[in-house]
Design a protein around this ligand. Sequence first.
Ligand code: GLC
Length: 531
Amino acid sequence: MSWHMNAVFYELYVRAFADGNADGHGDFIGLRQKLDYLQWLGIDCIWLLPIFPSPLKDDGYDVASYLGIHPDYGLLEDFMMTVDEIHRRDMRILVELIPNHTSDQHPWFVEARRSRQSPMRDFYVWSDSPEKYKDARIIFIDTEQSNWAYDAVSGQYYWHRFFSSQPDLNYDNPAVQRAMQDVMQFWLELGVDGFRVDAVPYLFERDGTNCENLPETHDYLKRLRAFMDEHYPGTIMLSEANQWPKDTLPYFGDGDEVHMNFHFPLMPRLYMALARQDRRDVVDVLAQTPQLPPNCQWATFLRNHDELTLEMVTEDDRQFMWETYAPEPAQRINLGIRRRLAPLMNNDRRKIALMHSMLLTLPGAPVLYYGDEIGMGDDVSLPDRNGVRTPMQWDDGLNAGFSTAPTGKLYAPMIADPVFGYQKVNVAAQQADPNSLLHTVRHLIHSRKQQAALVQGALEWLDDLPPQALCFWRKGDGQHFLALHNLSDTPLTIELPAPSATLTDALNPEAKVTQSLTLPPYGYRWLSQQA
Ligand code: GLC
């Protein structure tokens, strides 16, 4: 079985994690110093948000060069040393592959827009009219009015699915297809274990379609996959297709396309279930989640570097989510919510732990977002999604131990409010306190690894329980695992569906398992049984 099936992933910004050279920006020197922490936490694979040279208008998703490192983060040698240090700790590393678009500062685009005769012109998608492909939706609805932007230099419009400073590459051009495979090869040669592949649904455009999930896109991804399998076996692609499960399934092909894709529709439903004290939304979405081909896995998550997207819920549910979790307009962006996990949970430790318990026991490989393991806060006064990308809070000293630069030089202000400020919420304090959220999350991660059934075990709901009980078996690999969750604010008593004598508490082996169990408000239990 390939490593990705059962890995615990951790998503981080090099810029936000630790500053090793005191310039106010996180870098690879700093990250290397924190690898022991990630190993201690139980992380198997680190996913680095974009590290490439970039004007940072979209925090690095606007790539100005695919074959280098942003100077703030260090040199290529720094990256290579970091890869070695990660591997030395038996961890793995994913970097971003951003195939859909570049920055308008990328030399390809600078050259392409120079004139209509430019040899690079066909690297991008041009039109005389902004009416073309009008069935394609706009993704960044708060900032963009059209998917076309007029280029005054060459007198035509160029196509962009995201910010207008991010022109889309033209995948009908075989040279673009080759160039992106070369990019992939460059990073694989440096030893990365794979890629989080950004925004995959949008690679090709075709008139009369919504320009998403086109067959041509799947063909191209399959070719990238074949290339990886042939030359770099064991490396993976984790794609970002924010789609309904039935539209996501084709990205796995017959096990010959991507290895993993995020389960976008599940994520908001975990929040809905908790707020409604009713498991139904989660049960429904998993019932509509198809079986994956062998050696394929869902990546599940609670939060990430973007807004908590509500693209995959109904209009009614979106209003419900906004009213419940983002009552203030400043907390909303596009079709989502720009807040972190702990504030979304009103900083209620029980709820934060319960969400982690669901994440770590439901099907899929979990992806954690840096800082959520200590319950970091956010800052909605910062523009765009920057409020959930503030510096990691290591201790209660100068700049939270993130940087020794003068505070005014930090790339972003620290969270310093009375509830979530680094003086209160930081790694050092929580490492020293065995009852902290950090220790709870770490314990859940390490305990998960003991449970063979959690890798691919079939999901079986306990149906005849009240709605606030989110309880299920995972059965497989010689083991039965029983997860019990109480979504409500009152105690919940459950009659176990198997003789209590056959069950052991998987989080606390000493704890007594009684036939009738009472979960406290927002409580959870993990029980395991030999099959
Ligand atoms: C992906 C990234 C997001 C970025 C967008 C455009 O959705 O997750 O952060 O803004 O692609 O590159």
